[in-house]
Design a protein around this ligand. Structure first.
Ligand SMILES: NC(=O)c1ccc[n+]([C@@H]2O[C@H](COP(=O)([O-])OP(=O)(O)OC[C@H]3O[C@@H](n4cnc5c(N)ncnc54)[C@H](O)[C@@H]3O)[C@@H](O)[C@H]2O)c1
Length: 313
């Protein structure tokens, strides 16, 4: 028991070290008051562990964006739930840290450096994942943000965001659905990371909005063809403490002509009833719930966990 506790403490320590580079505080930016917006550590007790016979090491769960943030947390939670987890990301250094975190929690994870904008690399990653067991779960999480008005938006950024955030989820679905159908019970689940921006749009994020609305259409299309056997769902959150959210604060401030503090309080959390940003592991727990036997009727639906941003005023 004490060995387990000491392993848990070591894991927490390593997680802290891994996430240290993303620490970013408002005093660093001379805003004048302390506000903790650092990416939190994943604590073992925060992970939702579910009893599900399908959560075993013979079943493979592919997670994209496993390098940092929500993808990292989802890979760790998937491995902690006994799934043979395959993490894909372009960032090999961070991906390797995620693999170590999963392992230290007693889970199994393989990291494969993959550029999701490259079809050949995606195909190779799926083939490798299939060699480890039955591909039953896919979490499309990788993404990026670019803040610009439509008239100023660089078309090369448009193409990259489309490829990584919409085309890759489609291609991965196309490649993995046959594996799910060939598995013993012919079942599988595909989850897509959407956003409150799959429900509402805000200015200067046109391509982000387009890809997130598109993911809901992909999710519903998979479900329409899935006959209840291949399910799909989206996860939509407000702001989550990850590099993607934290890094956009300075450019939002510059483009709107407001302070960093005002960006967080008035732009990011302004419409949310819950004023604290969500943690990555809270989002990861939604993925594992959606994959589980408890979510049998989640077919094309959206898990909107946004602190009231979209549905209240
Ligand atoms: N953080 C938020 O507030 C928030 C809110 C709602 C939705 N989301 C969505 O969650 C998802 C994950 O974002 P996050 O906040 O964890 O950000 P993040 O920046 O921490 O993680 C994104 C990951 O995607 C990877 N990636 C980028 N381009 C890639 C490519 N070409 N090939 C492979 N991997 C690539 C990055 O290396 C990174 O590890 C995104 O789709 C994002 O839109 C985030």
């Amino acid at each position: 028991m004490s060995a387990i506790r000491s392993r848990a403490r070591e894991t927490d320590l390593r997680l802290a070290q891994g996430l240290h580079s993303f620490a970013w505080s408002f005093t660093d930016c001379a805003v004048g008051r302390e506000m903790d917006i650092t990416e939190p550590r994943i604590q073992r007790e925060e992970i939702l562990i579910l009893l599900d016979d399908d959560f075993n090491s013979g079943n493979v769960c592919i997670v994209t964006g496993a390098g940092t943030g929500i993808g990292r947390a989802t890979a760790v939670v998937s491995a902690a739930n006994n799934l043979m987890t395959v993490g894909l990301d372009i960032n090999a250094e961070e991906g390797e840290k995620t693999r170590q975190m999963a392992q230290e929690l007693g889970g199994q994870m393989l990291f494969i450096k993959t550029d999701l904008a490259n079809d050949r690399e995606v195909e190779k990653a799926v083939a490798k994942a299939a060699s480890l067991g039955a591909i039953k779960y896919l979490a499309n999480i990788a993404g990026m943000q670019h803040i610009n008005a439509i008239e100023d938006f660089p078309m090369e950024k448009y193409d990259l965001m489309q490829k990584v955030m919409l085309r890759a989820p489609f291609y991965l679905s196309k490649l993995t659905i046959p594996h799910m159908k060939r598995s013993a019970d012919g079942r599988g689940v595909i989850a897509n990371m959407a956003s409150a921006h799959a429900h509402i749009t805000t200015r200067n994020k046109p391509v982000y909005n387009i890809t997130k609305f598109g993911l809901r259409a992909l999710t519903q299309s998979i479900s329409a063809e899935g006959a209840g056997l291949i399910r799909s769902f989206t996860v939509s959150t407000g702001f989550v403490k990850t590099p993607l959210a934290l890094n956009q604060i300075p450019s939002q401030a510059a483009q709107r002509g407001i302070t960093l503090d005002e960006v967080v309080r008035e732009v990011m959390m302004g419409r949310s009833q819950v004023k604290e940003m969500m943690s990555p592991v809270e989002v990861a727990n939604l993925f594992i719930f959606g994959f589980s036997r408890y979510a049998r009727y989640l077919v094309g639906g959206d898990l909107l966990f946004d602190g009231g941003m979209v549905l209240t005023y």
